[in-house]
Design a protein around this ligand. Structure first.
Ligand code: NDP
Length: 449
């Protein structure tokens, strides 16, 4: 008889948990996973995937408008939110089924209920079943944070936004991070009146200032309204079902939907971590070492619940490295250097490495910055005045490219390849020596002098 029911019990079947389960099972471990919501987690069910499909869907507004310049006439053009919403939700079901079948084909048992830890090797399912495991992995992700104000129960978060019964005429979005600006772009393109309200005056904290300024300028020109230094005091539901938002010294703002996007915090409620002696860190995260191990030897954690970098590909890498380390006889850590990121705003922005201000802090005056401020061909042709902005941040002493920052059409697609060069430590001279691929927007990367 085995000493434990399973070699590995994973709590949370999101991107990180599923990867860890599959790889550990491939190394011969007997694995089970518990998921209280749906298999796939935030990214697949209520994050990256459906969001990107909504971005694609909303982009047709611009493309159909541009089509006239290329000779196309589209008659009877109209948009139906329910069709887009339901097609996206169906695709989410498809991917959820694919994730489930990955677990099945790797012989990973799955329980569709809440699981909590009862000690270093114990887990209790909501149904009351007790399970033992040699190793427990917590991969429960993060959950939206809701600020406290009267009427917050009338607001929604990114968890609910994919299910809206109808397209709001007016939407107020609180926050100015990834989620706020991505949904501001989607709803603006779909024809809603969008108001972004923020507690300060900073969009996308951490991104290069020049890109943030450009995004603000373009999105304002597209009709998004910003109200800075404007914390929400209260949201009231009116007799007709609409909402009225009181915020700072502004007049009440009317809206059909209020979307709160003020960050996500590690999801640890009801996990029973204290039964294994695990205390949360300052940001509510589970503290782990570089091998994802908690203070309790048999319990590990990966992904957003550890609040290192809240990005799906990071959770996946952490899950894979954990499984190789603990079950594959190949102890390894992952690198958090040069992690590329993108905001699928409209236009999108993408970034890797040091921003100009971070580089100046680290390298003083020894930093050179090259920029290309250009109007993409497609914008010129469609008489759109929006300009792209690419920026290379270079260490003047070694000529090494320390960071690349881009805003403009398709910038995330372009940046992924350019990030390889930054990670590899290539120099500005290497960029200059690369022949331009013409005509493209990406060629700007090798033409900055
Ligand atoms: P972000 O951390 O990106 O942004 C949070 C925003 O909310 C900031 O503008 C912040 O303002 C503001 N804020 C924080 N607390 C309060 C408060 N109490 N009252 C008012 N405003 C507040 O969080 P998101 O929710 O947008 O996204 C969560 C995480 O999900 C991101 O960090 C990202 O890692 C991930 N994500 C990644 C995506 C991608 O890769 N494209 C897409 C979506 C999410 P301030 O700047 O002043 O602190």
């Amino acid at each position: 008889m085995a000493e434990y029911d399973y070699d590995l019990f994973v709590i949370g079947a999101g991107s990180g948990g599923v990867r860890a389960s599959r790889i550990a099972a491939g190394h011969g471990a007997r694995v089970a996973v518990a998921e209280e919501h749906r298999i796939g987690g935030t990214c697949v069910i209520r994050g990256c995937v459906p969001k990107k499909l909504l971005v694609y869907g909303s982009h047709f507004a611009e493309e159909l408008q541009d089509a006239a310049y290329y000779g196309w006439t589209v008659e009877g053009m109209r948009f139906d939110w329910a069709t887009l919403r339901d097609t996206v939700l169906r695709d989410v079901e498809r991917i959820e089924a694919a994730y489930t079948s990955t677990l099945d084909s790797n012989k990973v048992a799955h329980f569709h209920e809440h699981a909590s830890i009862t000690g270093p090797h114990g887990v209790r399912l909501a149904s009351g079943r007790e399970i033992s495991a040699r190793i427990i992995l917590v991969a429960t992700g993060a959950w939206p944070v809701l600020p406290q104000f009267p009427g917050v129960e009338h607001c929604i978060t990114s968890n609910e936004v994919f299910y809206l019964p109808e397209l709001p005429r007016r939407i107020v979005i609180q926050g100015a991070g990834y989620i706020a600006l991505e949904f501001a772009g989607i709803f603006n393109a779909l024809g809603c009146h969008v108001t972004v309200i923020t507690r300060g005056d900073t969009l996308l904290r951490g991104y290069d200032q020049a890109l943030r300024d450009r995004l603000l300028q373009i999105t304002m020109a597209r009709g998004i309204e910003y109200k800075f230094h404007c914390p929400i005091d209260a949201v009231e539901k009116q007799a007709d079902g609409t909402l009225s938002i009181s915020a700072g010294r502004h007049d009440a703002i009317p809206a059909d939907v209020v979307l709160i996007a003020t960050g996500r915090k590690p999801k640890t409620d009801g996990l029973g971590l204290e039964t294994a002696g695990i205390a949360l860190g300052e940001r509510g995260e589970i503290p782990v070492d570089e091998y994802n191990r908690t203070i309790c030897e048999s319990i590990y954690a990966i992904g957003d619940v550890t609040d290192r970098i809240q990005l799906t590909p990071i959770a996946i890498r952490e899950g894979h490295a954990f499984a190789d380390s603990v079950f594959g006889g190949n102890p390894r850590t992952i690198s958090y250097d040069c992690v590329p990121s993108a905001v699928f705003s409209q236009p999108p922005l993408a970034s890797v490495g040091l921003t100009e201000s971070q580089a100046r802090e680290a390298y003083g005056n020894n930093v050179k910055v090259f920029t290309s401020d250009f109007r993409p061909m497609r914008n010129v042709f469609a008489d759109r005045h929006e300009r792209g902005l690419y920026k290379l941040v270079v260490d003047a002493a070694s000529d090494r490219v320390l960071g690349i920052h881009m805003i403009g059409p398709d910038s995330p697609e372009i940046l992924q390849a350019a990030a390889i060069a930054v990670r590899a430590g290539l120099t500005k001279a290497d960029f200059d020596a690369t022949v331009a691929l013409h005509p493209s927007m990406a060629e700007e990367l090798v033409l900055m002098r």
